[in-house]
Design a protein around this ligand. Sequence first.
Ligand SMILES: [Zn+2]
Length: 287
Amino acid sequence: MRLFEAIIDANHRAVNGDPNAGLHPADFADELPVIALTCIDPRLNAFFPNALALPADQFIWLRNAGNIIFEPMSSMMRTLALACAVKGGREIAIIGHTDCLVCKTNALQLLEKFKELGVERHLLPDNLNEFFGLFSSERQNVIKGCDIVRHSPLIGPKIPVHGLLLDIETGRLDWVVNGYETWQRVPLSGDAVRASGPIAGALSPLGAFDIGEMKFPEGKIGDLATKAGGWVSQKIEKVEETLPGTPETKAGVAKQVEEYAQKHWPKPPKIPIPPPIRPRPNFPTKR
Ligand SMILES: [Zn+2]
């Protein structure tokens, strides 16, 4: 089971009342840290990163109103690209949520709100829907965002791009786009640039910016996991592969490595998913 499959499995078990639901982040060292784009809705503050059962230092949290990705080269895309290239993010998740007010607000209502704030109509762009990215389906918005990120030349083909939807009442997470299933089918980013006129056109203002210069992290976290967590069986197999000698002696040495690791670097405790947070019936809510 890969990281987000394990996260969703643990999340569903937690929501269904399993007190032991959770995961060992160290089992997924090669897939961490993750980058998540969510909405700005303050109700989400209580859910992340707990709903993913991830420690805070393995969770790169990006937010904007409506978790919207506008274009393959937008400001948010550049941040996502640097989160991968500079901060070592291994997987991207766009996480929408139910009862999103960006989804529930139409252009007319938005104009009214702006009017109350003293923002004059003539100072705003003509097409508010397009300018603010207003959408009518949280699910479709996540699918669209994943599609743009997946095909952006700024994100290498090594990074899975997932789409999830969080139920704001229960904390339940559900798949919208399984990035493990879709990420291998897209062309390499260089091919995407050549194949896409508009995207290639969008690249030209960047001038000297060279996609080939972008370095994606290779094995840093995995190496650490090998040293700090010999109990990860996958890593032990890798150790075994690199050893000299017969298969028997190799297996013997690998076993010693594992025993040594278990003794000196015991497996850290599982990070639990807390029970879902439900508002109290009489709790005053303000929008
Ligand atoms: Zn929202």
